[in-house]
Design a protein around this ligand. Structure first.
Ligand code: ADP
Ligand code: ADP
Length: 228
């Protein structure tokens, strides 16, 4: 069983900009992988394919054995439950009047109600150390706190794969450390887009380098970073 299998993924944007040229990537359950590479390499494009936000090119994606097929709406809903995407900008993810309502939004959408909903919200907020801020207005929190709430909104969906786009960007050293301590013990498969090499080394035993739409290196993070 694989957590994620991407095979032969090709994609160009509608304006013709090529972005992915035959990407193959397999993640085992529980694996933690850093996705590295220069600006414009295709990292965000790849990540947006994992739950069907982008589609239309060639290739296949399977999440825990289920095909990501954007023409299958029910299937796509299941994939979006399994793949939790944390965007680079938390403000893209927070839009409810309170922190708790933002965290409840995803599971509510899945039809979760009552005690299970409360349990999921409590658990996700506790996992990111934000329980005491549950009734606050998200936009009144610090940037680091908003990023942690954005992670909680995804954890409340109980994803099998957590995909993070630049999780340490714009964080001061204390918030950066706090987030690493939150991410480290989570019992999920992790794919993390990052330019932060120390973060990749600390949190991800394996790293993949994407360059101009192709995977050009894949191996132990320490080896990949010394070869750079
Ligand atoms: P990365 O996340 O590694 O910086 P992206 O996936 O954002 O790379 O970009 C891959 C390529 O696709 C780049 O050439 C980028 O300019 C282009 N690109 C990204 N988004 C769009 C878009 N919405 N329309 C057209 N081209 C895009
Ligand atoms: P990242 O830091 O994730 O690599 P990018 O700079 O690649 O961010 O992209 C930021 C935003 O701009 C994304 O929403 C991306 O889709 C969009 N974008 C990037 N390149 C282009 C492009 N050539 N044309 C249109 N939109 C683009």
């Amino acid at each position: 069983m694989t957590a994620l299998r991407v095979e032969g993924l090709h994609f160009a944007y509608p304006d013709g900009t090529p972005a992915l040229h035959g990407v193959d990537l397999t993640l085992a359950p529980g694996e933690r992988v850093a996705l590295l590479g220069p600006n414009g390499a295709g990292k965000t494009t790849l990540v947006l394919h994992l739950n069907g936000i982008l589609h239309g090119g060639a290739g296949t994606i399977d999440v825990a054995g289920a095909r990501v097929d954007p023409s299958d709406r029910a299937g796509l809903a299941e994939v979006r439950r399994r793949v939790g995407l944390v965007f680079q900008d938390p403000d893209d993810q927070l839009f409810m009047p309170t922190v708790a309502e933002d965290v409840a939004f995803g599971p509510q959408n899945l039809g979760v109600r009552g005690p299970e909903l409360k349990e999921r919200v409590d658990e996700a907020l506790a996992a990111v150390g934000m329980s005491e801020h549950r009734d606050q207005v998200p936009h009144h929190l610090s940037f680091g706190q908003r990023r942690r709430v954005a992670v909680a909104t995804v954890l409340a969906m109980r994803p099998e794969i957590l995909v993070l786009d630049e999780p340490s960007s714009n964080l001061d050293p204390a918030s950066r450390r706090e987030l690493a301590e939150i991410l480290e013990p989570l019992p999920v498969t992790v794919l993390m887009v990052t330019h932060d090499l120390p973060y990749a080394l600390q949190l991800c035993p394996r790293a993949v380098i994407l360059d101009a739409g192709r995977i050009v290196a894949d191996g132990p993070t320490a080896d990949i970073l010394t070869d750079e």
